[in-house]
Design a protein around this ligand. Structure first.
Ligand code: ADP
Length: 348
C-alpha cells in the first residue's frame, strides 16, 4: 500500500487506517475493484454500505472516491484509489481514461518485472560461472600435489624393476607414467583455462605485428619441421591484454600447423577494420572442419580426432574463445578453400 495526499490538507486518521488495514476480495473499494476488474466510483464513501473505512473518512472529511485496477494480462496486480473532499458524481470519461491507464500501468509493471528477473538471472549466471571457475582452479591446483607424489613413487618403482629385469612391470610402469603425463597436461590446460579470467590485468596498447613475431619465434621448431610458412598482413595496434592475445594467436597458428594436409602448411593472418571492431582472420590450407562441427570445437574437451590420430586435449579453442570473449569479441570458424579460416573480433 502506498498512500499519498495533496500537501496542505492533512488526513491523518484515514492515512493511518489505510496503512493498517488489509482488503479481502470484494470488501471495500479496493476489494470491489479487485473482484470485478472494473473501475468503481463512489459519490460519498461516508454513506456507502461496503466501505469499512467510512468512519475515518468522515473524521478527515473525505467523500468522493474512484478506483481502477492495474492489469497484467488478465490478472489484477494492483488497485489505485483516489479520494476527494467533495461529494462527486461519477464521471464516465474519467473512469474510461483510468481504465486505459490501468492497462498501460500494468504493462509497464510487467515489463519492469521481466527486466528485474532478467537482471537477477544474469547475476545468478555470472555467480555460478565464477563459482565454477573457482572450482576448476582449486581442483586443478590441488590435483597437482598427489600427482607429483604418484610421479616420484613411479620413478622409484621403475628404477627397482629395471634392476630386477621384470619386463611386465616395466611395461605397466610405462603406462602409469604416460597416464600421469597426460593428466598433468590436462590439469595444466584446465589451470590455463581458469586463469584467463583470473587477475584481470589492465588493457595495454598491443601491436599484433609484434605478437605475430613472437608467435613465429615460439613455434619456430614446429614451423621448420612442418616446412610451413606463416605470414601476415600489416596488423593493427589494439587495446588488449598482450599475454592473452599471444596465447590466442599462438593456439590458432599451432592448430593450423597440426591439422595439416600432405602439402606444406601455409598460414596467413589478416585484419579488417569493420565498424567498431577489428576482424582478424587466421587462414590455413589444412584438413578443414565440417560446418556441422563448427560450434562444437570451441567447447571444453571437444575434439574431432582421437589422440592416436593427432595429439591434443581439446582445450585450445575453448581457451581461445574465453580470451576473445574476455575482450568483448566473438570467435568462429568458416570453411576455407581449402582448409579453414578462424575469425575473431576485438573492439577497435
Ligand atoms: P586440440 O587441438 O587439443 O584437439 P582444440 O580445442 O585446439 O583442441 O581444437 C579442437 C578440435 O578442433 C581439434 O581436435 C580439431 O579437430 C579441430 N581443429 C582445430 N583447429 C583446426 C584447424 N586449423 N583445422 C582443422 N581442424 C581444426
Amino acid at each position: 500500500v502506498q498512500i499519498r495526499h495533496r500537501a496542505g490538507r492533512e488526513i491523518p486518521a484515514f492515512m493511518e487506517i489505510s496503512r493498517k488495514i488489509t482488503f479481502p476480495r470484494g470488501i471495500g473499494l479496493p476489494g470491489r475493484v479487485w473482484t470485478s476488474g472494473k473501475p468503481a466510483w463512489i459519490a460519498d464513501v461516508t454513506r456507502d454500505s461496503n466501505f469499512p473505512r467510512a468512519k475515518y473518512a468522515e473524521q478527515d472529511n473525505l467523500h468522493g472516491a474512484f478506483s481502477f485496477p492495474i492489469f497484467n494480462g488478465r490478472e489484477v496486480i494492483g488497485v489505485v484509489e483516489f479520494f476527494s473532499h467533495a461529494i462527486q458524481q461519477p464521471d464516465e470519461n474519467l473512469l474510461r481514461m483510468m481504465d486505459t491507464l490501468g492497462n498501460l500501468l500494468g504493462q509497464f509493471v510487467a515489463r519492469k518485472r521481466a527486466e528485474e528477473e532478467m537482471v537477477a538471472r544474469a547475476t545468478e549466471l555470472s555467480r555460478s560461472n565464477a563459482e565454477l571457475e573457482r572450482f576448476a582452479y582449486i581442483a586443478s591446483h590441488d590435483l597437482q600435489e598427489p600427482l607429483r607424489t604418484v610421479t616420484s613413487f613411479t620413478q622409484l618403482l621403475a628404477s627397482r624393476y629395471e634392476k630386477a629385469g621384470d619386463r611386465d612391470a616395466e611395461e605397466f610402469i610405462g603406462f602409469i607414467t604416460e597416464s600421469v603425463q597426460r593428466m598433468r597436461e590436462l590439469i595444466e590446460g584446465l589451470l590455463a583455462y581458469s586463469r584467463v579470467s583470473r587477475g584481470q590485468e589492465p588493457l595495454q596498447d598491443t601491436d599484433l605485428n609484434q605478437i605475430m613475431q613472437q608467435v613465429t619465434a615460439n613455434l619456430g621448431a614446429a614451423i621448420h619441421s612442418n616446412d610451413a610458412s606463416v605470414t601476415h598482413d600489416p596488423l593493427p595496434v589494439l587495446r588488449a591484454n598482450p599475454g592473452l592475445i599471444l596465447h590466442l594467436l599462438q593456439n590458432l597458428v599451432s592448430n593450423a600447423l597440426k591439422f595439416r594436409r600432405a602439402e606444406p602448411p601455409r598460414v596467413h593472418v589478416s585484419a579488417e577494420h569493420a565498424g567498431p571492431e577489428w576482424r582478424i582472420a587466421v587462414r590455413d590450407n589444412g584438413i578443414g572442419i565440417e560446418p556441422h562441427h563448427a560450434e562444437r570445437i570451441f567447447v571444453l574437451f571437444q575434439r574431432l580426432h582421437t589422440r592416436d590420430q593427432i595429439p591434443g586435449n581439446g582445450l585450445g579453442l575453448a581457451i581461445c574463445k574465453k580470451i576473445v570473449e574476455q575482450h568483448g569479441g566473438r570467435i568462429w570458424v568458416e570453411p576455407g578453400n581449402p582448409g579453414s579460416v578462424f575469425h575473431f573480433t576485438l573492439p577497435a
